[in-house]
Design a protein around this ligand. Sequence first.
Ligand SMILES: [Zn+2]
Length: 165
Amino acid sequence: MREALAASVGASNLKFDPDYERAADRVAAIGFGPRLGSLLIRYRDANQVRWEREIIARLAKRIIRKLPITHSIAAKVAECALSEWARPHCATCGGAREIMGATLKVVCHACGGVGVRRYTNSERRRIIGAWGGMVSDGYDLALATITGSVAATVGIARDKLCGDC
Ligand SMILES: [Zn+2]
């Protein structure tokens, strides 16, 4: 479902899409969900990077509301969580889990064949400029907000599109 929604949002010219009505319905459907979830789907699955600043601002606002950390740290925490969520693939194999060796494909050494990049807290500390305590809590909150918002938007869009199905 998320992929279908993203394909619709990413379609540059809906007019010539044979599934025009269905695609247009999908774009409309994610509009019914929470705005943050809709922006996140557009950002990650349809490569609409223009929403990055608004997403970070919205996440930072939520972090500040719950935790006593500065706006600039909250924005960096939000940026870090967004980046990890949007780009989870192993940088070495690109998520394929294998890489081409000299003569045959071998299990990717960087991710151990999982395909997912493992971010460490020291990487997060380098990106954010601080780690531990409130910053770590802020990161968890940002990630939970991201996944919760996307799930809510997909759930509402599915209801709008499927009705009773
Ligand atoms: Zn890998």
